[in-house]
Design a protein around this ligand. Structure first.
Ligand code: CMX
Length: 428
């Protein structure tokens, strides 16, 4: 039994006691935030209605994983981050090895998953394939089986941990397999039990990587996208679905479906399209003046500048900064990266002024840069990029689900009202 399981088991009663004795017993009826009519109509932006202990996004300093700023975690590997998300601790060498062994044991993808993927039309979006692949395995849910056998509520978290390990262990092979099948890249590349999670994913994609730089980028990518609080579209969707005790296969697939939207995870695909359209128009990295004109003309036709803005952040995303450092080190001559750099020089100032300053966050988010780096290493099928984002974000979906069940969180069910209800309320 891996130490991860024991760590979580020992933490759950402590967190439950903290919530009961220090929070609910003293503050249960206190108000955490007021909700305005504008927020009710405005996508609930800024409404506090959820607890997520795995990560926190400070508007100015960005993502913190279990209280640790992301910038301090960029040299870690994704398995360490998963352990951290679940337990609040970075694993020691032995604990990490045990988790990796557990993943290796569960890594084999059932043959029928490949049959399902291959049966889909060739022009199916890779995110659709990814979501379907997870759903295809739903019959194997340990949670589902134990629930049917009368599992106690106190044990939900453990069955969810089992489902998490089953899904996570198979994700690199599934995601890489989708890449190879969808783009006719040849045979599937076998899983290598001597490699880590990210290293395996990089290898199974089959991108030539003589210096190991691509594997480094994949590990960094998987660390940077792992979690971003509980209220973003994908994490929230995944949690809502899981709160109905739909097992993790349903919840992960649902979260991925949310991630597939262009205002969320698909933005990285849109960003690279945007960068490539600049490259094509100017046939090289454009001058500052040319770029300003291009950005202004994009805004003028009512399009968003992909990769800029955020619902919570109000400063440059530290995930963007981490990729930027990688780019400066390994991709400094790459044209797509140079365009990204130049956009960073001009876009924030334009967005600050645009629409009378209506854009809350004129700075880049992670999607503004990630694609330009993948592109440099030969991962040029940019409609695939959100799949890589998804592989990483499932770490967060799983950690959040395990903890929600550990705390025996109830079904999520906010209240909605009608226009008439609102009019009536303020008439009085
Ligand atoms: N370019 C042009 N206009 C933008 C903009 C951008 N990059 N970002 C925001 N705006 C506009 C909004 O469309 C909105 O316009 P309207 O009032 O006309 O509807 C206005 O500015 C205010 O929006 P906001 O409060 O600043 O931003 P939201 O919280 O509503 O939306 C986000 C956040 C990310 C959807 C938005 O900034 C956007 O569309 N960005 C581009 C897409 C993108 O990069 N998405 C990835 C985000 C990261 C992720 O979740 O994965």
């Amino acid at each position: 039994m891996p130490r991860l399981r024991e760590k979580i088991r020992s933490r759950i009663p402590k967190i439950r006691a903290k919530i009961k004795d220090e929070i609910l017993s003293k503050h249960a009826d206190k108000v955490v935030c007021n909700v305005t009519v504008k927020q009710v109509y405005g996508g609930m932006r800024g409404v506090i209605g959820l607890v997520c202990n795995s990560s926190y996004v400070d508007p100015y300093q960005g993502l913190h994983i279990r209280g640790i700023p992301l910038a301090e975690l960029t040299d870690r590997i994704p398995e360490e981050i998963f352990y951290l998300l679940c337990t609040g601790e970075i694993p020691g060498k032995q604990d990490l090895e045990r988790l990796q062994e557990e993943m290796h044991l569960r890594s084999e993808v059932p043959e029928y998953v490949w049959n399902v993927i291959r049966a889909l039309p060739k022009d199916t979006h890779p995110m659709t394939m990814f979501s379907i692949a997870i759903m295809a395995m739903e019959k194997n849910s340990i949670f589902k089986e134990k629930y049917a056998a009368g599992m106690r509520k106190a044990d939900y978290w453990e069955a969810t941990l089992d489902d998490s390990l089953e899904i996570l262990a198979k994700l690199p092979a599934i995601a890489a397999g989708i890449y190879r099948i969808r783009y006719s890249m040849g045979d599937l590349i076998p899983y290598d039990k001597s490699l880590d999670w990210g290293g395996n994913y990089a290898k199974m994609l089959g991108i030539p990587d003589p210096k190991g730089e691509f594997a480094k980028l994949v590990r960094l990518y998987l660390v940077l996208h792992c979690d971003h609080e509980g209220g973003n579209v994908s994490a929230f969707t995944s949690r809502v679905v899981n709160s109905a005790l739909s097992n993790l296969y349903y919840a992960v697939s649902a979260g991925l479906n949310g991630l597939a939207g262009p205002l969320h995870g698909l933005a990285n695909q849109e960003c690279l399209k945007f960068v490539l359209s600049i490259q094509e128009k100017f046939d090289k990295a454009p001058s500052k003046k040319e770029l300003i004109d291009f950005v202004l003309s994009t805004l003028k036709v009512g399009k968003v500048i992909p990769g800029y803005g955020h619902a919570v952040l109000r400063e440059t995303d530290p995930r963007f900064t981490a990729f930027y450092k990688f780019g400066d080190k390994y991709c400094s001559k790459e044209e797509t990266f140079l365009i990204v750099k130049r956009l960073f020089e001009v876009v924030p100032d334009i967005l600050k002024e645009y629409g009378g300053g209506k854009i809350a966050d004129p700075y880049p988010n992670v999607d503004a840069i990630s694609g330009s780096l993948l592109f440099k290493y030969g991962l040029t099928m940019f409609d695939y990029y959100t799949v890589m984002f998804g592989v990483s974000r499932v770490l967060g979906f799983c950690a959040q689900a395990i903890m929600a069940h550990g705390l025996q969180a109830p079904i999520i069910r906010p209240k909605s009202v009608t226009n008439e209800w609102i009019l009536d309320k303020f008439k009085k």
